[in-house]
Unconditional design. Structure first.
Length: 195
């Protein structure tokens, strides 16, 4: 069996190397690798980790790699996974800084064509995990109003109301209150059955 540290590094290096469009664009790649291919986490755990990684400050992919690495091999695993995620971007940016100037990039038709071709793929890479995450999170006809309302409020541009941090905090509080209510309800029902 291949060394788990090498697998962690290689997996997240691959993910980091094909990060076009930011964190959400790579969620489908991360899910394919850590859930489908390696089975390091279940789909439900993946959605929970995604919520935590998105809520924390910093780069989504790095937060996710740290969480996966920590789950598999503790601190060393998180360090190896984070290094695998960061290294490709560092190498690419370093190469660009050494060999290309901003004017060269702006005036290079080949590079501009490549980036124009990548844009539609990035949109698909962002939409795919949104749909699969909604399915795993059990978003249905009854609960779909919540993400739609939050998205509309965020895009409204109204001060304070359009701040995503507000909805992260409200979502966490709402989840905690709902979970506490369910625990109390279950305990009450169990107590009444015993009588």
């Amino acid at each position: 069996m291949q060394n788990i540290y090498l697998r962690l590094f290689y997996t997240f290096f691959k993910i980091g190397a094909f990060t076009f469009g930011g964190g959400w664009a790579m969620i489908s790649l991360i899910q394919k690798e850590v859930v489908d291919k390696h089975g390091w986490v279940s789909k439900e755990d993946f959605v929970d980790m995604l919520a935590v990684a998105q809520s924390l400050p910093g780069i989504l992919a790095v937060n996710f790699s740290v969480a996966i690495g920590d789950r598999l091999r503790g601190f060393k695993g998180s360090l190896v996974a984070a290094l695998g995620t960061i290294l490709p971007s560092f190498i690419i940016i370093l190469a660009i800084a050494i060999f290309l100037t901003p004017d060269t990039i702006k005036n290079n038709e080949t590079l501009n064509s490549i980036f124009k071709g990548i844009r539609p793929a990035v949109v698909a890479l962002i939409i795919a995990p949104v749909l699969s995450t909604a399915k795993t999170a059990k978003i249905n006809a009854k609960t779909v109003a919540i993400p739609i309302a939050v998205a509309l409020l965020i895009f409204s541009g109204i001060p304070y109301i359009s701040n995503p941090i507000v909805y992260i905090i409200l979502g966490g509080l709402g989840g905690y209150i709902y979970y506490a209510w369910r625990l109390n309800k279950d305990a009450y029902n169990k107590e009444n059955k015993l009588k």
